[in-house]
Ligand binder design. Structure first.
Ligand code: ADP
Length: 397
């Protein structure tokens, strides 16, 4: 079995896969441990059964021990040896890590070195890695990084037009995120379109709470919308995306706030929530806009979809118009037909034709939503980052 772990500073999300068939691992258990260090709340789901525990755990190691104890009680595993590999989702791998790696001391050091670049994410992952290493000392530990897929970007796309010394001495560059999802979607699109990955050009819109897009050229990341941090690019649930950087100095004076307070507002009080003043959740914003004709929600929805449309055009231009498909994925991309429609309505010049019926239709893992007249195929695909991590981890066993 392989355990896939997505850990933060106070939570551990996990999914356990049975891997008898290496090509299609089977998820058998999933769960979430929250409030680590506060009081502890653990949920384990097996098929439709949900088990809730209120064990007290003060740290990640106690949480891991509690998860393993309940796995045994629930007959999910007989003993620790049943879990042969653990795949960790890690946000920042910097510019050295270009693919999934075994978490040796040296690679763990790289995760630590990149804490500066991802102070909210890498520390939780590192603490969890150490805890699982102690709790399951025989398991192979593998790290999958959100940044690594983008290490193929050319310098003209990853550099900022700032003093080059900032890059040379301080690593200021575009890293990009959501790489595990973009990697999965590229693989999946290659199967759907029956086209070799090395010849595949895609524009992928990963629209979740955090949102970013990727320009995939010959199966590799050529450009992306997020930057040094996940704050750049598209408008998101609570993040601002691209803005004039001078706003920070201006608002610092207006509000008498420091740069940390302002960055916090740009991360947590902006985007759909900031503009609509209603919610960061697309379901609520689109409902307010369409059903209640709420003006602020309508503007938020227009801004949100306009920016995606413009990046589609930019990336199609970078691909010299040779785009095999435009893909929508993640919570909003997979489920919000109104977002997809508003985006495609705003893309001119490319002769896209959305099929309104398939755009609305329920689907399992993917569905083509363009008509035969569309110059480029448009597809909605359900992403599966955990499965991707599981498969990558399997390669190390
Ligand atoms: P995360 O980045 O946290 O993984 P998700 O990929 O789960 O986020 O996406 C969350 C977003 O997806 C929310 O804005 C939510 O409103 C949106 N979403 C989920 N289901 C639907 C739906 N049926 N219609 C519209 N939006 C949806």
């Amino acid at each position: 079995m392989i355990l896939v772990v997505n850990a933060g500073s106070s939570s551990i999300k996990f999914k356990l896969y049975e891997t008898n068939d290496k090509n299609s691992p089977l998820p058998i258990v999933e769960g979430l441990a929250e409030r680590i260090g506060v009081d502890g709340a653990l949920t384990i789901k097996i098929e439709d059964q949900k088990y809730e525990y209120n064990d007290r755990y003060d740290n990640h190691l106690m949480t891991v021990e509690s998860i393993l104890k309940h796995f045994k009680e629930l007959n999910v595993i007989k003993n620790e040896l049943d879990i042969e590999g653990i795949g960790f989702r890690i946000v920042h791998g910097g510019d050295k890590i270009v693919k999934p790696v075994e978490l040796t001391d040296q690679n763990k050091q790289a995760v630590e070195d990149n804490i500066k670049l991802a102070p909210l994410h890498n520390p939780g992952a590192l603490t969890a890695i150490n805890a699982f290493q102690k709790g399951l000392p025989k398991a192979k530990l593998v790290g999958c990084f959100d940044t690594s897929f983008h290490q193929t970007m050319p310098a003209k796309n990853y550099l900022y037009s700032v003093p080059l010394k900032w890059y040379e001495n301080h690593k200021v560059r575009k890293y990009g995120f959501h790489g595990i999802s973009f990697d999965y979607i590229t693989e999946k699109a290659s199967q759907i379109l029956n086209k070799n990955k090395n010849d595949l050009n895609l524009v992928i819109c990963h629209l979740g709470n955090g949102a970013s897009m990727c320009c995939v050229k010959n199966g590799e990341s050529y450009d992306t919308t997020m930057g040094l941090t996940p704050l750049a690019g598209l408008m998101m649930g609570t993040r601002c995306g691209d803005i004039d950087p001078s706003i920070i100095e201006y608002m610092a004076k207006e509000l008498n706030q420091d740069v940390y307070q302002l960055t916090n507002s740009l991360n947590k009080e902006s985007g759909l929530l900031g503009v609509s003043k209603i919610s960061s959740d697309m379901r609520e914003v689109s409902k307010a806009a369409i059903e209640n004709h709420d003006e602020k929600a309508l503007v938020a929805l227009e801004m949100y979809t306009q920016r995606i449309a413009e990046y589609i055009l930019k990336f199609a231009n970078q691909l010299e118009g040779k785009v095999d498909a435009i893909v929508f994925t993640a919570g909003i991309g997979e489920n919000s037909f109104i977002t997809r429609k508003l985006v495609i309505d705003k893309v001119h010049l490319l002769n896209l034709k959305l099929d309104n019926e398939t755009n609305l239709r329920e689907y399992d893992d993917y569905l083509e939503i363009s008509t035969n007249e569309s110059a480029i195929k448009i597809i909605k695909i359900r992403t599966d980052e955990e499965l991707m991590i599981c498969k990558e981890t399997l390669k190390f066993l």
